[in-house]
Design a protein around this ligand. Structure first.
Ligand code: ACO
Length: 434
């Protein structure tokens, strides 16, 4: 424990007629925890917490969430203020280094991102090896892991090499993402340009071609930048926990981040943004108003869920969804980009928020409910949505990796289990088996 946790009155636990004292702590926002790190050695018991819903796996000073009140802050700054006033590169710096940058620090950081934006030329051949139609998340996870072979990481990281790793990953994730899209549509790769800002550069690599300049729309650039800010960190979510788990073995950082990308891909996590649009498209194609889909999602015998609804931590409106909904309304009211799916989304939200099933389970729209509509308006193909999430989450993953490796002690992540399989039995020769 660090001294950032303040001790409270210890908890008393009675087990098998014995009494044990367990230390308890309080964090700076009033979150309370029981320290069970010595529980097994003292009592022989472990805790059982499937899905880790009640497990504080680490101390962290990066992001604060109060799921009951719908609060999200990066390094103390409310997400609403950052989404309104800041830019993604500035927020990335904040998450990584703890403070909003000065003009000079931001300049240095932006220059490092620019200088690191090109991936090694030999890596271009890799894109040819993937079959047409490969999911871009599969390509992204593979390509990010393969960065480890081009940019070796030494056992003892010094400050300069750590800055280089961060710049490589924050910058090159965008280049790899755009290249994988270009390959999938059979167009030549467009290189990053030092004249363009982070998001403009990405959109230009995605949509420019030798026969067609890409006209960057300021509202779309702003909306994508804001979307990346909203996705930049979310404390110990599934992909970040994967990064911390893989990172705790002191594996190569590129492989560690690739583990995070793979975890993000799933439809219950970052893959939900793609699934929301599939769901809205299906409802639109069938000509319904969503009632049938909602009823199926409520049926406990169906595997369907209302995508973009519910969250492990938020038991109130996801504050990111509030910001996104507002921007969706602005962007989709622009001439030429009206989307019929927005009306369906609004109706589903209204019905679900008034339905006992969703009310009693505290299921509200999450960040993914509206993000897909913004990405569609920007012309991003549906199978690239989760890739955009990964670009946004990169500074968060790296901030957690840095926080972990600079911690006082890096304990390898290694939960216990309760074994429920066969008890001991003895080997039988194959001819004796029935
Ligand atoms: N639609 C219908 N029912 C739901 C939904 C949903 N979207 N989400 C939860 N439920 C129900 C469950 O069936 C369960 O009902 P029961 O108590 O009758 O068995 C109850 O609500 C609790 O659900 P859990 O799965 O236990 O809740 P958990 O906190 O583990 O799951 C999760 C959170 C995975 C996000 C879930 O709400 C879900 O699958 N949502 C849809 C996918 C989605 O939008 N994911 C994106 C999350 S945001 C992010 O990762 C960036």
């Amino acid at each position: 424990m660090t001294d950032r946790l303040k001790p409270l009155t210890p908890a008393i636990l009675t087990l098998d007629d014995k009494t044990y004292t367990l230390p308890t702590y309080i964090g700076i926002e009033g979150e309370k925890a029981i320290d069970i790190s010595k529980l097994r050695s003292q009592t022989g018991y472990v805790t059982l917490d499937e899905g880790y819903g009640n497990t504080g796996a680490c101390e962290s000073a990066i992001t604060y969430i109060d799921g009951e009140k719908g609060i999200l802050r990066y390094r103390g700054y409310p997400i609403e203020e950052l989404a309104e006033h800041s830019r993604f590169v500035e927020v990335a710096y904040l998450l990584l280094y703890g403070e909003l940058p000065t003009v000079e620090q931001l300049q240095h950081f932006s220059t490092a991102l620019n200088d690191s934006s090109i991936i090694h030329e030999d890596m271009h051949h890799f894109f040819n090896g993937f079959p047409r139609g490969s999911h871009p998340m599969g390509i992204l996870a593979t390509m990010v892991a393969s960065l480890s072979t081009f940019y070796p990481v030494f056992d003892r990281l010094d400050e300069a090499s750590e800055i280089q790793i961060v710049a490589n990953l924050v910058s090159q994730v965008r280049t790899i993402a755009a290249f994988s899209y270009k390959k999938s549509i059979g167009e030549p790769l467009v290189y990053p340009s030092h004249t363009l800002s982070y998001v403009r550069n990405f959109l230009n690599m995605m949509f420019a071609s030798p026969v067609r300049d890409y006209q960057l729309d300021d509202d779309i650039v702003r909306a994508i930048d804001m979307l990346l800010i909203l996705h930049a960190d979310h404390e110990q979510n599934c992909s970040t926990s994967s990064v911390r788990t893989a990172g705790s073995s002191m594996a190569n950082v590129y492989a560690v981040i690739s583990a995070g990308i793979s975890a993000l891909w799933g439809p219950r996590h970052g893959g939900a943004n793609q699934e929301v649009i599939k769901m809205l498209e299906q409802i639109h194609a069938e000509g319904g108003d969503g009632t049938e889909f909602i009823n199926e999602a409520k049926n406990k015998y169906s595997s369907k869920r209302l995508m973009g609804f519910g969250h492990r931590v938020y038991k109130n409106y996801d504050p990111r969804a509030t910001v996104l909904k507002k921007h969706c309304d602005i962007l989709l009211n622009k001439p030429g980009i009206k989307d019929p799916l927005l009306d369906i989304a609004r109706r589903i939200e209204e019905v679900a928020l008034n339905d006992d099933y969703f009310i009693s389970r505290k299921l509200y729209p999450n960040v993914d409910f509206y993000s897909g509509l913004i990405l569609r308006a920007a012309g991003i193909p549906t199978n690239m949505f989760t890739v955009l999430f990964a670009i946004g989450r990169m500074p968060g993953w790296l901030a957690h990796w840095r926080e972990m490796i600079h911690g006082e002690r890096v304990a390898i992540y290694r939960p216990r289990q309760i074994y429920v399989g066969e008890s001991i039995r003895h080997y039988r020769d194959i001819k004796d088996r029935t």
